[in-house]
Design a protein around this ligand. Structure first.
Ligand SMILES: [Zn+2]
Length: 274
């Protein structure tokens, strides 16, 4: 199977003032999305910012963002339900009102640097059941081996996701989560439910080892400035497209070039809302 490249261009962690290339306005996001699609991305994982460039879960802005991405690109639109670590659960769940193709669903709480990213079991259950009801394909975000166990428990108790395809993303190398190593990746992948598709992303300096291990193990890739701000030692990332271009090159070398957005829709079994 060819490689699904997801771009996570913004995140909630970096400040525009520190990282000028970070897309924070809708115009910047659309420009980034177009460039990344051209470079080989098939899905975009979106966190939005307010007029003050700070993270927000404002529903009006989320609606505008989903609409504009659908109008201007063919990318599968995935909204983060993580928000920023300080966002209340109600606001994180309300993201589904913007009717994305996909949304992230993090399968457990994790230390996140100095902060704690809260994903207690009842929140996971509420969010999962809402994805089923709203016909949104969840991407299960797995920061730790315990999250893989929680994913299996969630599927045992509540059945398959909308569309029937279980799709996961291993988020590795977060200070507090599993390390971004080939060994950790193989252990986590071997614990995934049968038939699951998965991508992996390594935070910061674990970006390359995780990408190479993921390709070697038959997985997909997530890259972007949410996860990595350094392209190589001493060299800041130019923009998101630069990271997508490199991922696409690696995918070619691995013999599984980047898949088109239409193939990503087929793989993930998203509902066509265009
Ligand atoms: Zn995110």
């Amino acid at each position: 199977m060819n490689t699904l490249i997801t771009v996570a261009p913004t995140g909630a962690e970096s400040a525009k003032v520190d990282v000028p290339a970070l897309p924070v306005t809708l115009d910047e996001l659309i420009e980034t999305a177009k460039a990344c699609e051209k470079a080989g991305a098939a899905m975009i994982h979106v966190h939005i910012r307010g007029a003050d460039t700070e993270p927000t879960l404002d529903l009006g802005r989320l609606n505008d963002t989903v609409g504009a991405l659908r109008a201007e690109t063919s990318l599968v639109v995935q909204l983060s339900t993580g928000g920023a670590v300080t966002d209340p659960y109600e606001d994180r769940i309300r993201v589904l009102d913007a009717e994305p193709d996909s949304c992230s669903l993090t399968c457990g709480t994790v230390n996140f640097g100095e902060d704690v990213f809260m994903n207690p079991w009842p929140f996971m259950v509420d969010l999962y059941q809402l994805t089923q009801e709203r016909e949104v394909v969840p991407e299960f975000e797995l920061f730790d081996l315990g999250h893989v166990a929680s994913l299996n428990r969630l599927l045992d108790k509540f059945g398959l996701p909308y569309g029937g395809q279980i799709h996961c993303d291993l988020v590795m190398g977060v200070p507090g989560g599993m390390p971004g190593t080939a060994d950790a990746l193989v252990t986590a992948v071997n614990a995934l439910p049968a038939g699951a598709s998965w991508s992996a992303t390594g935070i910061g300096r674990t970006s390359m080892p995780v990408a190479l291990a993921a390709l070697a193990k038959g997985g997909h890739l997530r890259v972007g400035m949410e996860d990595t701000l350094t392209f190589a030692k001493g060299q800041p990332v130019r923009d998101n497209a630069q990271l997508v271009e490199r991922a696409a090159q690696l995918a070619v070398i691995a013999g599984r070039p980047a898949m088109a957005p239409a193939d990503a829709r087929t793989l993930l079994k998203t509902k066509d809302r265009r």
